[in-house]
Design a protein around this ligand. Sequence first.
Ligand SMILES: Nc1nc2c(ncn2[C@@H]2O[C@H](COP(=O)(O)OP(=O)(O)OP(=O)(O)O)[C@@H](O)[C@H]2O)c(=O)[nH]1
Ligand SMILES: [Mg+2]
Length: 255
Amino acid sequence: MRLMGRFHRHDDGTGHDHAHPGAHAHDVGDHSGYATGGERLEVLERIFDENDRTAAANRAEFAAAGVRVVNLMSAPGAGKTMLLRETLARLGGQLRIGIIEGDIETSLDADRLAGFGAAVALINTGDGFGGECHLDAPMVRSALPRLPLAELDLVVIENVGNLVCPAEFDVGEDARAMVYAVTEGEEKPLKYPVMFRSCGLIVVNKVDLLPYLDFDMNGFLRNLRTVNPEAEVLPVSARTGEGVTAWCDWLRQTA
Ligand SMILES: Nc1nc2c(ncn2[C@@H]2O[C@H](COP(=O)(O)OP(=O)(O)OP(=O)(O)O)[C@@H](O)[C@H]2O)c(=O)[nH]1
Ligand SMILES: [Mg+2]
């Protein structure tokens, strides 16, 4: 996976080659602009090492239970929860689905996903995880006892709405998808490349709004291809249901 974000991880060898103290396969980048640069690096290295050890443990536990896991990410409000409601309504009878719902505060989205027969485990990062703007592997691990993993086919993790940090943390998922809304502007893949690069599927949501926007779909696709030539793209409207069948098919193939 090619990641090069806030913490400058390049675990596929891409990106620049900084010779700084403590640099190894888990390179967390150039913090030389800070007086505390060396200390920052050491702390980040330890955070990522712990995260990746726990992500591996999560992945092993999911595999042992025979469950596949999708990490669903987006900017706030792109439509993750609305899409998941549609998904549960359609796939509920065909797949045994569990949801891990990540939010900084409130059970609002977890409540919106209740009543469809899916097991929903809420993680509020403001409740013991420092109010973080993303889910990390230990947070996801804390939710596992609240899901009947052995009885599930698929777990979808709705990550905290944020176009940057969630992409930097492996949580033990099998696949990553993001919801991008056409209201966000076609330049976003260029400005937030880590997220767009890290996902195998980009759901282009809110296409029902296209008649009211100046959105340049070809320009967006060009920008996306610049940072991620291989991603699958699905135009969707969680509101009208357009494209939701194709999204459900993708989930079925992943499960
Ligand atoms: N017109 C239109 N509105 C949509 C669509 N999908 C979601 N919305 C609306 O967009 C707003 C945000 O949707 P959510 O599903 O809450 O988005 P989210 O990504 O879960 O948001 P966070 O969890 O806060 O990051 C809501 O008002 C939805 O009704 C869509 O396809 N078309
Ligand atoms: Mg949501």
